[in-house]
Design a protein around this ligand. Structure first.
Ligand code: MN
Length: 441
């Protein structure tokens, strides 16, 4: 996790919006996504966020801004998904990042600035798609605080399952219903067993929830039967996004024994349009350790580099904007805030666990971290935790409303950023999704 000149907190761009205090997208960030002009028939293509603009990487490849490996990488980004670029691996990712950094730097030569200026599209005029063609999506369950909070609702005497401190637990999710931020979805129908009922009912979800998570995209995959050892994982992870694993708690808790979530999770998963690269996150890596009095990772889940900097300190918050917030023109209310540094397993351990049995990951695959809940009650990453299974009402100061679960018209907004003295603040943008009424209701 060596730092290089692209992490220099003093670096500035010739694009003024990239130098604005508090921007998510300064020159030290350079996250990737796919986009086109909103409402157009243009092909989606790769782009990179800088300030309030997007560098159109297809246009940059045509304009001849780059040469050598950065040019090959930009050509790969010209496709409608980032899969080909992700498959190129860290040497190509780093080369394109360095070339973009140099071309956007205020010391760039006039000819480069002129060429790149013609490749900018305002973020306000763009629409996005999911950044990769996701063949497989897996969602982990790696916050011990979330596991205890939710476990208490289901198993009050024994909230933590015996495997939690030994295995990064996960379920195989549904790739087809992963959508990009801003895509509304319908409240799911399904089967649930209401409290004290003997016979289940079918109907609209009565306990709709969000899950505050990070997602991460696989770069080069691995061959079936060839696990990725822990000390090689970081060559296979391209970067991190915000992820909301929408959950129908009433359907989920009825159906998940004994094989895990099914319809309770498969109706929608939202991701942010921008993927912040692992290289951009290098200044924010933090040590990983399990408490000394708890089980230590088995040998295959342990490595010196993982102990030294396996964690990532990403600040996170959840905002709720109801129909009344919009009608009254008031700002969304914050439901909770925490950091990813509290997670019980690292993303590297998740990848090693995923592949230890020989499972092959593919370029563009999406892995979710599981709900990110911090150690204190206000840091919970799902409403089922904040409302203690729906028994406690959550007040929304902005409108005077209350929530125990999500209602139709609610828009949930996830935000994430990294910030510390001596490093440039970088952000993830937003991941939001609006709850529409169940179909047929
Ligand atoms: Mn989840």
């Amino acid at each position: 996790m060596k730092l290089n000149p692209t992490h220099d907190p003093q670096a500035r761009s010739w694009l003024a919006a990239a130098n604005v205090e508090g921007t998510d997208f300064p020159i030290q960030n350079l996250p990737f996504g796919v986009f086109r002009r909103a409402g157009s028939n243009e092909a989606f293509r790769g782009g990179m966020a800088i300030g309030d603009q997007i560098v159109d990487l297809a246009a940059a490849a045509r304009a001849g801004v780059f040469d050598g490996l950065p040019q090959l990488a930009a050509q790969a980004c010209s496709e409608s998904t980032l899969n080909a670029f992700l498959a190129m691996g860290p040497v190509a990712w780093r080369a394109l990042r360095q070339a973009l950094f140099a071309a956007l730097h205020r010391d760039a030569d006039a000819q480069t600035v002129g060429l790149l200026h013609g490749c900018l599209v305002p973020q306000a005029e763009a629409e996005h798609a999911v950044p990769t063609r996701i063949a497989n999506y897996t969602d982990f369950y790696t916050s011990i605080h979330h596991a205890r909070n939710v476990g208490r609702i289901v198993r009050p005497d024994d909230p933590l399952t015996p495997n939690f401190q030994w295995i990064p637990i996960a379920y195989h999710g549904r790739a087809s219903s992963v959508v990009v931020s801003g895509t509304p979805f319908h409240r799911p129908m399904g089967q649930a067993l209401p409290p004290s009922a003997v016979v289940p009912v079918v109907g609209p979800c009565a306990r709709l929830d969000y899950e505050l998570e990070l997602g991460f995209y696989i770069g080069p995959g691995n061959a079936m039967g060839e696990p990725i050892p822990l000390d090689k994982v970081e060559d296979h992870i391209f970067g991190i996004c915000l992820l909301n694993d929408w959950s129908a708690r009433d359907h989920q808790f009825w159906e998940m024994a004994p094989l895990g979530p099914f319809l309770g999770k498969n109706f929608c998963t939202s991701v942010s349009p921008w993927v912040v690269t692992m290289e951009a996150l290098a200044p924010y890596r933090v040590p990983f350790a399990h408490p000394a009095d708890e089980p230590q990772p088995l040998a295959y889940l342990d490595a010196a580099a993982n102990r030294d900097h396996g964690g990532v300190d990403v600040q996170l918050e959840v905002l709720l904007e109801t129909a009344q917030h919009r009608a009254k023109g008031v700002a969304p209310d914050r439901l909770s805030a925490t950091s990813f540094r509290h997670q019980y397993w690292t993303i590297a351990q998740m990848v090693t666990q995923h592949t230890v049995g020989g499972c092959n990951l593919q370029s563009g695959d999406l892995l979710g971290t599981g709900t990110i809940s911090g150690p204190t009650a206000p840091e919970a990453g799902a409403i089922v935790e904040l409302s203690r299974g729906g028994t406690v009402a959550i007040n929304l100061p902005g409108t005077g409303e209350e929530r125990r679960f999500l209602e139709d018209g609610d828009n949930v907004i996830l935000r994430g950023w990294c910030e510390k003295p001596g490093a440039a603040r970088i952000g993830f943008g937003r991941c939001e999704g609006l709850v529409l009424p169940a179909v047929g209701t």
